[in-house]
Write a protein that binds this ligand. Structure first.
Ligand SMILES: NC(=O)c1ccc[n+]([C@@H]2O[C@H](COP(=O)([O-])OP(=O)(O)OC[C@H]3O[C@@H](n4cnc5c(N)ncnc54)[C@H](O)[C@@H]3O)[C@@H](O)[C@H]2O)c1
Length: 265
């Protein structure tokens, strides 16, 4: 009989995870993976009703204690209250996922107003900073404490149409690298550079069907757009004990990128 279980290190029993923006899509898949691996999970989302409905569904699917609450991650008081409530409800907090973020496309990358630039930074960067600050006392007490961030490929490769979003996600990478050094040997911090996972958000960002299909990179090495679960699998690796030798990294999860050069057929 086999005695070695290669999946044992991916279990998250004993962990308490806070997933921001977890009511749908990528954040929902992350919450489901963590709960399925045994973690207790709090989903914090601007849409509190949806967070609770998603949490109840995941609890039913996984048997884990999953709850939802309303929180605007750009509001400092709400961030503090959300973290306090999570730690109170579950008796601690070991695992933070800063997943909230988004942006919009601009035909003219020099038409972004100062206010829109600052808003993008507030949503994509500052929210993760404030969440980290609020979680610090709890993370410092936890085993295998980690922060994993939903970054974007456009935070390392130019996307002139998503200029405000790209700049904010690039700042997130650097911010989190600095904090990974500050938290060395105490809290592991990694950022996943996510490629295109087609969601309703792309139309909302101003992209038509053709632009969305182009973004899905049919010529990438894997030939398809990502699914939320493709991304969640990386988060489970990084946040679970399986990722305990990973910190201060930006990891590309983007279908392999474009096919720039192939071996002649
Ligand atoms: N979908 C992609 O192709 C893609 C690509 C690269 C990076 N990402 C990043 O991955 C993350 C998740 O992407 P997604 O497509 O699943 O997003 P999504 O827009 O589908 O979901 C985001 C969730 O965040 C919530 N939210 C929005 N503003 C909030 C706020 N101020 N406070 C709390 N909750 C808030 C929304 O209600 C929603 O439930 C984002 O950071 C995004 O930038 C996504």
């Amino acid at each position: 009989m086999a005695t070695f279980d290669p999946f044992a290190d991916f279990r998250m029993d004993g962990h308490v995870a806070l997933v921001t923006g977890g009511a749908q899509n990528i954040g929902e898949a992350i919450a489901r993976s963590f709960a399925g691996a045994g973690a207790r999970v709090m989903i914090a989302d601007l849409n509190g009703d949806k967070a609770q409905a998603t949490a109840a569904a995941i609890a039913g699917e996984t048997g884990s204690d999953v709850r939802g609450l309303a929180c605007d991650v750009t509001n400092e008081a709400e961030v503090q209250a959300c973290v306090s409530e999570t730690a109170r409800a579950f008796g601690g907090l070991s695992t933070l996922v800063n997943n909230v973020g988004w942006g919009r496309a601009y035909d003219d990358p020099l038409s972004v107003t100062n206010e829109e630039m600052i808003e993008s930074y507030r949503l994509n960067t500052l929210s993760a900073y404030r969440m980290t600050e609020a979680c610090r006392p709890h993370l410092l007490k936890a085993d295998n404490a980690s922060i994993t961030n939903s970054g974007s490929l456009v935070g390392v490769e130019p996307a002139f149409d998503f200029i405000a979003y790209s700049a904010a996600k690039a700042a997130l990478n650097h911010l989190m690298l600095g904090l990974a050094h500050y938290f060395a040997r105490q809290v592991r911090i990694n950022t996943v550079l996510i490629g295109t996972v087609l969601t309703e958000g792309y139309a909302a960002a101003g992209l038509d069907e053709k632009a969305q299909q182009d973004l899905a990179h049919p010529d990438s090495l894997t030939g398809r757009a990502g699914k939320p679960q493709d991304v969640a699998n990386a988060f489970l690796w990084l946040a679970s004990p399986a990722g305990s030798w990973m910190s201060g990294q930006t990891i590309r999860v983007h279908g392999g990128g474009r096919r720039i050069r192939l071996k002649p057929e």
